[in-house]
Write a protein that binds this ligand. Structure first.
Ligand SMILES: Nc1nc2c(c(=O)[nH]1)N[C@H]1C(S)=C(S)[C@@H](COP(=O)(O)O)O[C@H]1N2
Ligand SMILES: [Mo]
Length: 329
C-alpha cells in the first residue's frame, strides 16, 4: 500500500489547533496508529478548508416550518453578555465525526437528516421511537438563551429552540431502577469520516454521552432542534442535540439517534478516551483546572483570531449555580 503523508500536529494551522483535537493527535502518534499506511484524506487537514469565502449554511432541511411561532421563554432569556454572532457560531464547531478542526461546518453538510428517528428505550414503561413530526406535536417548543462553555475554554451565548428533557422523561416514564441516561449519536463510517480516525482507529465511536437522571430532569436540561430561530444547521448537531449549559460542551451530544435509560453510569466518548481529562460529570468549574490548562477564564467567540477574543472569568456551573448546585451538594 502506498505510504500516505500523515500531517504532523505542528503542521496544522495555528487557528485550527485546539486542545481536544490536540489530544487526539498526540494520542494517535503515541499509539502508533499513524505509522500504518492509511488511506485517509490527510491533505484536507492542512488548511484547505477556506473559512471565509463561501457562504456558511446556517439552516438545515427545515423539519419545522413554523419556527417564528416558538416564543422565547422569559425565564431563560437573560444572560450577562450579548448573543454571539450567528455566522461566527456556525463556523466554529466541534463535530469530530467530520474532522478535528474547528471549520468542519462544510464537511458536516454530508450528514443525512431525512426521516430522522430517535429511539427511546431501556428501563422505561413507554418505549418510543419519535420522528421529528412527533417531537413537534408532542412537546411545546420554546426558545432559551443560554451561555455555552467548551472545555477548551471558548464560550458563546446562543438562542436554542427546543424543549426541556423533563418532558421526555414524563412521556416515557422511566422505571425507578433507572439512574442514568445514555445518548447515542449518528455514526456511519462511510459518511462520518473525520480525518483523524482511519478504520484502524480505536476511538470509541459512535460519540456517546450520558447524564444522571436527576440531572436530566433539571429544568435547564434541554433538547435543541433549532438555533437562532430556525432548524439546527448540520454543524450544530441537526436535527436534535442535547444542551446542558452548566456542563462543558462535550456533554452536549449532537445528532442524537438513541436515548437509553439504564441503571449504571454509561461509558462515554471522551471519558473512555481520557478519563483524567474529561470526567463524566464535567461541570464547569473555574477552580478545577484541566490537566493541561487553566479553566479560570474563557474566551468569547468573536471575529479574527482566537487569541484576540475577549477573555472573561469562568463562572462556577457556567453561571447556573442557583439551578443546579443542589444536585452536587
Ligand atoms: N456527536 C457529537 N457531538 C458533539 C461533539 C462531537 O464531536 N460529536 N463535540 C462536542 C463538543 S466538544 C462541543 S464544544 C460542542 C460544540 O457545539 P457547537 O459546535 O454547536 O458549538 O458539541 C459537542 N457535541
Ligand atoms: Mo468542547
Amino acid at each position: 500500500m502506498a505510504r500516505v503523508h500523515i500531517p504532523k500536529p505542528w503542521n496544522i494551522p495555528e487557528r485550527e489547533v485546539t486542545p481536544e483535537a490536540d489530544f487526539i493527535n498526540r494520542r494517535r502518534f503515541l499509539t502508533g496508529i499513524a505509522g500504518a499506511g492509511l488511506s485517509i484524506a490527510g491533505a484536507s487537514l492542512l488548511g484547505c478548508e477556506s473559512n471565509s469565502e463561501s457562504k456558511t449554511p446556517t439552516k438545515s432541511d427545515a423539519n419545522f416550518t413554523n419556527f417564528e411561532s416558538f416564543e422565547r421563554n422569559p425565564n431563560f432569556a437573560k444572560v450577562d453578555r450579548p448573543l454571539t454572532d450567528e455566522a461566527l457560531a456556525a463556523k466554529y464547531n466541534n463535530f469530530y465525526e467530520f474532522g478535528g478542526t474547528k471549520s468542519i461546518w462544510k464537511k458536516a453538510q454530508a450528514l443525512p437528516t431525512e426521516n430522522w428517528k430517535v429511539e427511546v428505550s431501556g428501563m422505561v414503561q413507554n418505549p418510543r421511537t419519535y420522528d421529528l413530526d412527533d417531537i413537534g406535536k408532542k412537546f411545546p417548543l420554546e426558545e432559551r438563551v443560554y451561555r455555552f462553555r467548551c472545555v477548551e475554554a471558548w464560550a458563546m451565548v446562543v438562542p436554542w429552540t427546543g424543549f426541556p428533557m423533563r418532558l421526555l422523561i414524563e412521556d416515557v416514564q422511566p422505571a425507578s431502577a433507572a439512574k442514568f441516561v445514555r445518548f447515542t449519536t449518528y455514526y456511519n463510517r462511510k459518511i462520518t469520516k473525520g480525518p483523524f480516525w482511519p478504520p484502524a482507529s480505536r476511538l470509541p465511536w459512535p460519540y456517546t454521552e450520558g447524564l444522571r437522571i436527576d440531572e436530566m430532569a433539571n429544568e435547564l436540561a434541554f433538547f435543541a432542534v433549532g438555533i437562532y430561530g430556525h432548524a439546527l444547521p448540520k454543524q450544530h448537531g441537526a436535527p436534535i442535540r442535547e444542551v446542558v449549559p452548566w456542563k462543558y460542551g462535550f456533554k452536549g451530544a449532537k445528532s442524537i439517534v438513541k436515548i437509553e435509560f439504564i441503571d449504571k453510569q454509561p461509558a462515554t466518548f471522551w471519558n473512555t478516551l481520557q478519563p483524567t481529562e474529561y470526567d463524566f460529570e464535567a461541570n464547569v468549574n473555574p477552580n478545577k483546572p484541566h490537566p493541561r490548562w487553566s479553566q479560570a477564564t474563557e474566551r468569547m467567540i468573536g471575529p479574527g483570531r482566537a487569541s484576540s477574543w475577549e477573555r472573561r472569568p469562568t463562572l462556577l456551573y457556567n453561571g447556573y449555580a442557583e439551578y443546579v448546585k443542589h444536585l452536587y451538594a
